[in-house]
Design a protein around this ligand. Structure first.
Ligand code: GLN
Length: 486
């Protein structure tokens, strides 16, 4: 089964080798044939999508298409979509049909893209394995017994398995980069404020960021041009020009300086993974990049800091799911207290409840200073580590994860082990920095990812480095074995 890049599809549409209607039919067919093995989609938008493809073909015929006219994309089920169910992977929102579109969804639709379906995810984006979804786990196409990572696992699998050319995800602590690494694709978390959060169901508002899962840096660049930009509806979105990312991919990277933090190699990274990463570094060296050992002294504190800040914000954000304003409403109740208790007891899964309890605790009067305030201070120190490092270097590189994809069921009963999954990715969220993961080799016959972190709003740098790496290597073109026969 051939996986098409966004760039390919645009070219094929423009040269009339294929129509948008045929493209949509092809993906819908693939999903109906193969997604029962993966469980990557929660809701399909097939009727509306097919209808839109007919209009797209008319626009192409008229000779005046928009940049993304007729191109299908998948959206994580965390983005509000007008008239289309948006569950956030939760029973709480099982029947929620938003009255409006998230800005990132309208940004893509306004450029002619067609939403093909909503992808599976960890409940309210809390998880690293897609096992906390109310709609069941997502299976990794490289080995169905393994997790594709999370929380944007459905989006990652849709792209990796050729069930969508490109997908939207969100990343609060690693939820785009880790699943991209586990499924052998490219995943970009833009800078905080680069893409609007309006209409994106909030988990931890100071960390959440919408981003892209794609086959290549080139596709990521093309999509980001439509996705990014200031939104008056999101007070944290930044008024900064959106560069023409796709025009800056081939700028020479000779003489760039990249730092490798020694803390990434402290413990937990096995020898094979380290070797794969070091081999990838050699490719960058051959392109003229210079490497420097650096230290980010507070990096080791990023997981504990995140697991104070994120639950604190989640406990507040999720207060709105009470069965009145939003969410599941149980029929049989005794009184008002019972109403709240029962709705939230039944509507939320175990991990979400764990986070709400933790968050409520760290914000409570007696513990606020000891936990929440301290975490905010450490967050500042982590930001400063990066700021200092970026005085001498253009970017930071390291592995995206310590291991390749783990087995479904392997870590779900041990939250702390699960939380450690994001040890390399969380610091970029705490500091609001843009970061990308791209395939860089195989470990135990499974895809392995390399992460690059850049200064604020230097997405161009990330895409440029990744693109030139992808011109020298073919890791990003490797596709899951069974797809070759499908
Ligand atoms: N795995 C992290 C968590 O469970 C990050 C999730 C995310 O980025 N949405 O909180």
């Amino acid at each position: 089964m051939e996986r098409y890049t966004l760039k390919n599809l645009v070219a094929m549409l423009r040269s009339r080798d294929i129509s948008s209607h045929e493209i949509l039919e092809m993906y819908i067919q693939r999903i109906s044939e193969h997604d029962s093995s993966f469980n990557s989609y929660i809701t399909l938008n097939q009727d509306a999508a097919l209808e839109q493809s007919i209009q797209a073909d008319r626009l192409i015929e008229s000779g005046d298409p928009l940049p993304l006219t007729g191109i299908p994309y998948a959206g994580k089920d965390i983005f509000c979509t007008q008239g289309i169910k948006t569950t956030c992977g939760s029973k709480m929102l099982e029947n929620f049909i938003p009255p409006y579109d998230a800005t990132v969804i309208s940004n893509l639709n306004n450029q002619g893209a067609i939403l093909i379906g909503k992808t599976n995810m960890d409940e309210f984006a809390m998880g690293s394995s897609n096992e906390t979804s109310y709609f069941g786990p997502v299976h990794n196409p490289w080995d169905l017994a393994r997790s594709p990572g999370g929380s944007s696992g459905g989006s990652a699998v849709a792209v990796a398995a050729g069930l969508a050319p490109i997908a939207l995800g969100t990343d609060t602590g690693g939820s785009i980069r880790q699943p991209a690494a586990f499924t052998g694709i490219t995943g970009l978390k833009p800078s905080y404020g680069r893409c609007s959060r309006y209409g994106m169901v909030a988990f931890a508002s100071s960390l959440d960021q919408a981003g892209i899962l794609a086959l290549t840096a080139e596709d990521t660049a093309i999509l980001l041009e439509s996705l990014a930009g200031f939104d008056p509806m999101d007070s944290t979105s930044v008024e900064a020009d959106v560069p023409k990312y796709s025009g800056l991919l081939n700028v020479s990277i000779e003489g760039k300086t990249v730092g490798i933090p020694k803390e990434f190699f402290d413990e937990g990274l096995d020898a094979e993974s380290e070797q794969v990463f070091l081999d990838a570094i050699k490719v960058y060296e051959s392109l003229g990049v210079q490497f420097k050992d650096i230290s980010l002294p507070h990096l080791g504190l990023s997981v504990p800091t995140y697991y104070v800040v994120a639950p604190a914000e989640c406990s507040s954000n999720l207060a709105r799911y009470d069965g009145i304003r939003f969410g599941y409403r149980h029929d049989e109740i005794d009184d008002l207290d019972d109403f709240y208790l029962t709705n939230r007891q039944i509507g939320f899964g175990a991990e979400v409840k764990r986070r709400i309890i933790t968050g409520t605790y760290v914000l409570s009067a007696g513990y606020y200073d000891a936990y929440y305030l301290k975490a905010q201070k450490v967050r500042q120190l982590i930001s400063q580590d990066f700021k200092k490092a970026f005085q001498d270097i253009d970017a930071v590189m390291g592995p995206t994860t310590q291991t390749p994809a783990f087995k479904i069921g392997e870590k779900i009963d041990d939250p702390v082990t699960m939380y450690m999954n994001d040890i390399y990715t969380i610091s970029a969220n705490l500091a609001g920095l843009p970061a990308i993961s791209h395939p860089c080799g195989f470990v135990q016959s499974l895809p392995f990812g390399l992460q690059i972190i850049a200064p604020h709003f230097a997405e161009t740098e990330l895409l440029n480095l990744t693109h030139l790496f992808q011109q020298e290597t073919d890791w990003h073109q490797k596709q899951p074995p069974d797809l070759n026969e499908a």
